[in-house]
Structures are given as C-alpha cells and as structure tokens.
Design a protein around this ligand. Structure first.
Ligand code: S3P
Length: 164
C-alpha cells in the first residue's frame, strides 16, 4: 500500500524543510534518507563521498530499499541524486507517492550554501549540469509535481490538496 509521501528534487529545492513541515501538519513521522544513512553508517555524507561517489550511491540504494520496506505513513525526503538509480525509485514507489519539488535553478543557486555538500566542492556552477541531467528524471519518476516558487505555505497546501 502506498502510504508514504516521498519528496524528490534538486539539492536546495526545499525537500527537507517542506518534508518536516508536512509531516508535522499531517501528523506523520519524517524520515530524511541522508540522515538515516549518516546514523546507520556512523559516517557523514562527505566522509562517504571521500571513499567514492559509487560507495555513497550503493549505500543510498540500500537505504532506499530498507526505508521503502519498513516505513509506512511517513514523509520521506530523498537526496537530490536518488533518481540516478531507477532501482531507488522502483523501491520507494512501491510504498510511496512520489512528489517532485520543482524549484527554479536560479533560485537554488542564489540561496544554496556549499557547506557540507560534497558534489558542490568545485562551486555552484555544477548545479546547472545536475539540473540538466536530472530534470527529466524528476519529472518522469514523479506522481505529482509542485512548484516551489510562491512560499512554503502554498507548497504545503498544494501537496495536501492533491494527496492521493
Ligand atoms: C546529492 C544530494 C545530497 C546528498 C548527496 C548527493 C546529489 O542531498 O544526498 O550529497 O547527488 O544531488 P540533498 O539533496 O538533500 O542536498
């Protein structure tokens, strides 16, 4: 049964903020896949990337499968690269409704902090490349797309008004 709400979208699109608020408003638990990975491996995302991106991606796939199989009635926020492996989405969509948080790339670039994001070490410019590579994937994997341009409350209401 599809009882989870799964948020996908670019890094900096607002998945975690929206996910946390949505879970509070709907009285559902919240699960962030990156945080789950950090708890279970006891390593930070940058540390896992230091081994290699492939190492992180393999752990990410295991986490998606585990969370999809064990969580229900949960709001799940995914890392931006979750769409790179279709296995991840196949697993998550068995138990979840997939929502694409679509935020204009210019807004993301303006606001994002490179801080802990290993893929942005070379600068924010990389985000244009990721956006180009991933936009079609987000669109094609999503059951529902919401524009994140007009403020948090609007996004939350749009999602709540369109729940399956
Ligand atoms: C990634 C996004 C990050 C994190 C990892 C890889 C990506 O998550 O999973 O650094 O490939 O875009 P956020 O989307 O939460 O920043």
């Amino acid at each position: 049964m599809k009882t989870n709400i799964v948020l996908i979208g670019m890094t900096g699109s607002g998945k975690s903020t929206i996910g946390e608020k949505l879970s509070q408003q709907l009285g559902m638990p919240f699960k962030d896949i990156d945080l789950f990975i950090e708890h279970t491996t006891k390593q930070s995302i940058p540390e896992l990337f230091e081994v290699s991106e492939a190492h992180f991606r393999a752990i990410e796939t295991k986490a998606c499968k585990k969370i999809a199989a064990t969580e229900n009635h949960t709001v799940i926020s995914c890392g931006g690269g979750v769409v790179l492996n279709p296995e991840n989405i196949q697993a998550l969509r068995k138990t979840g409704w997939i929502v694409f948080i679509d935020r204009p790339i210019e807004h993301i670039i303006k606001d994002i902090e490179i801080g802990h994001r290993p893929l942005l070490k070379e600068g924010k410019g990389k985000l244009y490349q990721f956006h180009e590579q991933r936009l079609n994937l987000y669109q094609s994997f999503a059951d529902f797309r919401v524009d994140n341009q007009s403020g948090l409350e609007d996004v939350l209401n749009t999602i709540k008004n369109n729940l399956p």
